[in-house]
Design a protein around this ligand. Sequence first.
Ligand code: TRP
Length: 450
Amino acid sequence: MAEKKKRDHFGSKIGIIAAAVGSAVGLGNIYRFPCMAGENGGGAFLIVYLGIVLALGLPMIASEFMIGRRAQKNPVGAFKALASGAKGWSIIGYTGVLCGFLILAFYTTVAGWTLESVYKSVINYYHGKDLATIEQGFNDSINLTFRPLLWQAVFIFISAFVIAKGISKGIEKYSKILMPTLTVILIILCVKSLMLPGAFEGLKFLFKPDFSKINDQVLISALGQAFFSMSLGMGALITYGSYISKEDNLVTTSLTVGLSDTFVAILAGIIIFPAAFSFGIQPEAGPSLAFNTLPMLFNQMKGGYLFCLLFFILLVIAAWTSALSLLEVIVSYLIEELKLSRRKATIYSSAGAFIISILAALSLHNDSSLTIFGLTIFDGLDKITSMVMMTLGGLFTVIFLGWKVKRQDFENEFTNGGTVNMRLRKIFYYIIKFIAPAAIAVIMVSQFII
Ligand code: TRP
């Protein structure tokens, strides 16, 4: 397929990894993973989660990269190009673009809280306060109207700023600085949390599985979390894959991305649960886990002011590099399919996402009537995207790759034209063709039957 315009590409292997890990590692790891593990029995959830990552997550990361790199296009264009004339497959791409808006909406809301928390750290708001006061303060800020929206606007703005610069000078350049910073901060915090009295109880909660707690709810939550955390099922990695050069080894890249993502989620658990148990916060406490537990940890630490500030800056960074991939899905679609300039595409998509995020934020007010299916718009968007849209998107993506893309093309892409991973290619093919679709379908159907 001849290229009309020269496409922007990632400049180096490190750049790809930084950007893709940046997409994967986000609020999903540091905020959502502990919430989900807390609500679903800790160790039981972790075991199921790890199983899903290894069996499904890693192959699916590679699948999305392969589709993107093969087609050299945004998700809508990619399904069109590879479907060899068959109509309908591009719906997966369109759903992905829509999903991007919906995820961005609640993602931006939470990202707004992280900016609010950075602000609170700077003014030393947490100092000397007890947990009840900090929690009250958190709820009060969510219930404000103007302030959360201001933070959301700031967050969308910094994301749009990077996206407007493109791939190598934007996403890649920023991720290469931001991701290592994030890793260093996480490791320091991990050590600090483990030194708390009572830390062991938290570790037991996270690592000791109680198998009787595994049920369909845990399964579907873990599947949704795995998809969310690894940025699967909506075309983000298809889009990034389209910027990966033909010489890069997709298998090692996928493994690095998936395993780093999982490592960070576990690190976040090791930071948060010991602290939560040590301060008597319930593991089911939801947003409170990340946003209120940790300031308590910092309050007791020497240099707590600095660590608190560092932690919330870390959350902003994690959210930022993830939001880039969500926005880029929409932007690449607008540029390539609707022929907008990058600048215009960035402005329209970030404005659109901001508007939906206003609804998500306002729906969290105590007296709000903004609900869907009996949930707040915020929770509704989270559930619909992770449990329905992304899982269905992932299901059809593997079906597409396994059954629709020519076997020859599949193997060429997987092995870089027969130069690498020759031995793995068969196993991988059968996983994608049979095992992955069956497993996702069974988990999805089980939640309706039981
Ligand atoms: N993976 C990110 C996180 O864990 C969120 C995210 C970024 C995402 N891009 C995505 C989720 C695409 C689903 C699809 O926070």
